[in-house]
Design a protein around this ligand. Structure first.
Ligand code: UN1
Length: 509
């Protein structure tokens, strides 16, 4: 493994990539520091908005809404088509920014931008398919239909771990649905956000769409809170911790706003005796150690049948021992840094708690590259055997810690899968179709995502993405998640010349 890039190298790479995407770095200069987890060093600073700026941004978006809602949806799709083209053109630039700001390895950073391109293509198709229904009316000479209309301004609060894709899921759908977007990106990844927004601004200018459709607010919790409380935000889509969602949900509900919450996960794999252990090992290691354990879909628990537990642990441990950990910008690296010191500390605290609760750390947990980069936090993914589903296992630690539990019966395994507060993603590795079906059935996994013979992470954009319980219940991305971005109007049209009342009611006057 060669050494980590210097701050100068990262700064130059980031500035060049941001400029190519259309960011005017002089115009956005300010006092909000951008630090790279790759070497833990300060790169540059950008301007920070305050709560006072939120009202103005929401107002501009509101003005754009009043125009945009009357533009035919397929025409709105033209804007998203152009955005998709620009994202394709600048895929490598955006991926570089994502790697530098949040430490994703090159392939995963490019994959994140690919998700953005994919959702744009999905949304363009959708712009001709915002279907309502025709419903049989019980009255003669009446037509009963359903129409979907633009909802209003969408607020997006996104997290560091998918600093741009989650915005694009919301934005591509919102725009074809007729809604402007006000975005508060993670304060840890402002450049990736400014670059994405610059591409959208260019698409807006080129297609003649209203300027106010896209607003970005770089800032901290005060900006997020102002967005949450803003009456001009019709839908607030927030990704982050369960603690954040618990604060946001009731505040939005209090003003009768809509919220879409994507919160914590505690995703498990059940591994049955008939599982192909080589395939299982690959699926487990990608989902547990990939993205340095910092996806909301990261696999945090393996619930393995006692007959194959030792064999699986041996395979996963062997893979963990060989994981290339280091600079995410270097080809061949599979595990980059944690986002910051607090993430590393959280991981160490979880490992200590696991040991106290009877766990045994089989491999990993140590720190790497500390001498070379004392402010960067490279951690060895940890594999921990646990005697049961103790308190620490039931919590989400946003770091690469994989707990292994054993089971005897499938009922027991499914009960363990479900017996955590969160309900995002889950999977079963098996060659037995009946076992797979039992896992997917109504009394099987209680998660929003339930897979067979793949990991818990890395979902495609075509399906609805989200989870139950403490995960927040929101669904974004594919399938019919677009309905969350529109309002439904039920229309009854009478062409009979009479006035028959429903339910046989008589009202002679
Ligand atoms: C997230 O971690 O917030 O399924 C989103 C996945 C990605 C999205 C993750 N497509 O892992």
């Amino acid at each position: 493994m060669t050494s980590l890039p210097t701050a100068e190298e990262l700064r130059r790479l980031a500035e060049e990539a941001a400029r190519r995407c259309g960011v005017d770095l002089d115009a956005v200069a300010g006092d909000h520091p951008v630090t790279s987890p790759v070497n833990g060093q300060h790169l540059l600073s950008v301007r920070r908005q305050t709560a006072a700026d939120v009202a103005a941004a929401v107002e501009r978006a509101g003005a754009a809404f009043r125009q945009w809602r009357t533009v035919p949806a397929p025409v709105r799709g033209g804007l998203v088509r152009r955005l998709g083209e620009l994202l394709r053109e600048h895929k490598a630039d955006l991926a570089t920014l994502v790697s530098i700001e949040v430490g994703k390895i090159t392939s995963e950073a490019a994959g994140e931008v690919q998700e953005m391109i994919d959702i744009c293509e999905f949304a363009v198709g959708l712009s001709r398919q915002l279907y309502g229904r025709t419903i049989a009316s019980e009255r003669p000479g009446h037509r009963l239909t359903e129409n979907w209309h633009p909802l209003g301004v969408v607020g997006v609060i996104s997290a560091f771990n998918f600093p741009v894709a989650v915005w694009s899921w919301n934005t591509a759908l919102a725009l074809v649905c007729g809604d402007p977007v006000v975005w508060k990106p993670s304060e840890l990844a402002p450049l990736s956000a400014l670059a994405s927004a610059a591409l959208l601004d260019r698409a807006i200018a080129e297609t003649g769409a209203p300027e106010g459709l896209s607003q970005v607010l770089i800032g901290g919790a005060d900006v997020g809170e102002a967005l949450v409380d803003s009456p001009g935000i019709a839908l607030l889509s927030a990704t982050g911790s369960t603690r954040m969602g618990r604060a946001v949900g009731p505040r939005v509900a209090d003003r009768f706003g809509r919220s879409l919450l994507e919160l914590g996960g505690n995703n498990a794999a059940i591994v049955t005796p008939s599982a192909d252990l080589d395939l299982t090992t690959r699926g487990v290691v990608f989902s547990a150690a990939g993205t340095a354990g910092q996806r909301c879909t990261t696999m945090r628990r393996v619930i393995v049948h006692e007959d194959v537990a030792d064999a699986l642990v041996e395979r996963v441990a062997a893979a963990y021992r060989n994981l290339p950990i280091g600079s995410p910008l270097e080809g061949g690296t599979l595990v980059g840094p944690l986002i910051h010191d607090a993430a590393y500390k959280g991981m160490q605290d979880a490992l200590q708690a696991a040991r106290q609760q009877g766990g045994e750390v089989v491999v990993g947990g140590g720190r790497r590259l500390a001498e070379e980069a004392p402010d960067a936090w490279y951690a060895e993914p940890a594999l921990v055997r646990m005697p049961g589903q103790t308190d620490i296992v039931r919590q989400e630690t946003f770091a690469p810690v994989l707990y292994v539990l054993t089971y005897r019966t499938l009922e027991e395994a499914v009960a363990l899968n479900n017996d955590v507060p969160q309900g995002l993603s889950s999977t079963i590795f098996t060659s037995d179709q009946a076992e797979a079906e039992r896992f997917l059935a109504a009394d099987g996994s209680d998660c929003g995502i339930a897979n067979v013979n793949i990991g818990t992470s890395g979902a495609e954009i075509g399906g609805a993405f989200g989870g139950e319980k403490a995960t927040g219940g929101g669904r974004e991305s594919g399938s019919d998640a677009w309905k969350g971005y529109m309002r439904r109007a039920t229309n009854t049209i009478n062409f009979s010349g009479e006035l028959p009342l429903a339910q046989g009611v008589e009202f002679p006057i």
